[in-house]
Ligand binder design. Structure first.
Ligand SMILES: Nc1nc2c(ncn2[C@@H]2O[C@H](COP(=O)(O)OP(=O)(O)OP(=O)(O)O)[C@@H](O)[C@H]2O)c(=O)[nH]1
Ligand SMILES: [Mg+2]
Length: 322
């Protein structure tokens, strides 16, 4: 299952304790303090990784525990610092600190964000030596690392989001023009999770089909619409299988998009009329195209069984993206 939201607790490493130690010299009982300081606790960082399935891998993980610092040692030696814990999250993740409400989004691969600071190490007794007290027996404990609860929400980044009714041919189109290997089926809701494909360096996201009432939870609902929110533009697919209802279903889907978030309606949109091969009369195709062109948006015809229409579509998509 594709997971796009998780919650977890995390704590950074605790600082190591400082220690009380004495120099050992022949005939001298306490040869002066030489207890070292504890090491710093490791901090916890988030790093953006190009892997949209990462959250699924964390689904059973409720706690990310940082590495503690080591205690100090005799001979004035510091304990070693705890390693930093660096947790990978998919690019497009929004990290929210549940307690403070503060949030930050991971927008670029490799972006690294400090989540929790490790605790400072304690002082060894050598640090407390003064001219008055040459044999301090005091050392301090390491400090606890910061801790907190976090929520991660993934919003996919894409240049184009494919929207439309189930069966409109979204996944088929994605597979035809990108390296993606999305499941295709002649039934509704074949796609349960968004699929991504690379189209000449642009990302196309195939979003599960929407139906009338999706904004109220019908079908797969609008759970995935928040992914579309971040796509730069939309390609809206309407199949010729809808016959006379093509404009009606188009408007239905637009209504659902708008009900979720008005800003979706303001995105640049290209309309793709799919499966032209199911129509026998070319006039029907022309008529539908004309009707959609009245919306003042680019309109393209497509049949995956017609190479030239696929090529024309790819060329237009590139133009549209630029
Ligand atoms: N005749 C014809 N069939 C097509 C074309 N493109 C896709 N199909 C078929 O339409 C059916 C649905 O295709 P999908 O790509 O799975 O549709 P989808 O929009 O991803 O559907 P959901 O995932 O359910 O939302 C499949 O049986 C495809 O083989 C086309 O150009 N012509
Ligand atoms: Mg699909």
């Amino acid at each position: 299952m594709f997971i796009d939201e998780i919650q977890f607790h995390s704590r950074a490493g605790r600082g190591g304790d400082g220690v009380v130690r004495w120099r050992r010299e022949k005939y001298i009982d306490k040869g002066g303090p030489n207890g070292g300081d504890g090491g710093r606790g490791g901090s916890v960082f988030a790093i953006a990784v190009q892997d949209i399935n990462l959250l699924s891998k964390y689904k059973n993980k409720k706690d990310f525990v940082g590495f503690d610092g080591e205690p100090g040692m005799g001979g004035s030696r510091h304990g070693s610092d705890g390693k930093d814990l660096v947790i990978g999250f998919p690019v497009g993740s929004i990290i929210t600190n549940v307690e403070s409400g503060g949030s930050i989004s991971l927008d670029k691969e490799g972006q690294k964000v400090l989540l929790l600071k490790g605790g400072l190490g304690g002082y060894g007794n050598e640090q407390f030596k003064t001219s008055i007290n040459t044999t301090p027996t005091k050392a301090t404990k390491g400090k606890l690392g910061e801790q907190g609860n976090f929520k991660i929400e993934l919003q996919l980044f894409a240049d184009i989001g494919l929207v439309g009714l189930p069966n409109a041919g979204k996944s088929s189109l994605l597979n035809a023009v990108t390296n993606a290997d999305a499941k295709i089926g002649n039934y509704q809701f074949t796609t349960l999770d968004p699929n991504l494909g690379d189209f000449y360096g642009y990302i196309i996201a195939d979003i599960p089909g929407l139906i009338e009432g999706a904004s109220e939870g019908k079908g797969l609902g609008i759970k995935f619409l928040r992914h579309i929110k971040r796509t730069k533009m939309l390609a809206h697919l309407v199949s010729f299988e809808n016959g006379k209802d093509m404009m009606k279903v188009y408007k239905q889907i637009r209504k659902e998009l708008g009900a979720y978030d008005k800003s979706l309606l303001e995105k640049n949109e290209i309309i793709i009329l799919t499966k032209t091969d199911v129509v026998t009369d070319p006039k029907t195709i022309e008529k539908a195209k004309k009707e959609f062109e009245k919306l003042d948006k680019p309109v393209l015809n497509l049949s995956l069984y017609d190479d030239s229409s696929v090529k024309a579509l790819m060329k237009n998509l590139v133009k549209f993206l630029k």
